[in-house]
Design a protein around this ligand. Sequence first.
Ligand code: PGA
Length: 254
Amino acid sequence: MKKFFITANWKLNGNIKMISSFFERLKLYSSVFLEKNIVIIAPPTIYLERVYKNIKNMNIFLGAQNVDINLQGAFTGETSALMLQDIGVKYVIIGHSERRLLHHETNDLISKKFHLIKELNLIPILCIGETERDKKNGQTQKIIKAQLNCIFKKLGKSVFNNTIIAYEPIWAIGTGLSADPKDVQLIHQFIKNYIKKHDKINTNDILVQYGGSINHTNVKKFIEQPDINGLLIGNSSLSLQEFLKIIKIAHDII
Ligand code: PGA
């Protein structure tokens, strides 16, 4: 059985009312669907603790959507990895394309975050992926290599154990246009081979999620691909009904 991680990235969405109703209803289903999949919920920072209280006795883990490169000090408005750890966060999404594009995060900054997260024994979910233009110009592999190289450059050759990589083609995020599952399979294979070339890690321990316009109608073919180890889900994770449908499909296939 392959390891399968389903991450809900709520982005800048949700409120107290939504969280209460989401978990009240989710608790009714927990024991049935949540056994085989590893489910991670990444709410906005301000709701992390509230979500943590709700998932305490469920097989669900807490994820953060971002972290600062500093652990403490005069850094107004930031959140430290130590603080995330303190309140029960286990996974931290870094390098999401929205942070790369809208907040000008560079590969170098992202590799610093990666390093810090690993040092604290948290698990990074490292997002990588190409723009539509890169894809049209045949640059997908080159972009992915650069996004991975900066991690190797900063941290040496044995860094991808206990890490999740999320391949998210930027043109597929939030657009309703998911990538072709067979193309994604090939790119995941490429990512795994490339990491394997540089890192001593066993191929089976390299975990690559796909993200970009996943919903219950298109998810099956993604789950069936051998090198897709999970999903990073934005829009479809905000509706419990839709999210549960996806979890159930994964549960039945894996
Ligand atoms: P989406 O977002 O599922 O809404 O396309 C995915 C993501 O950005 O992680």
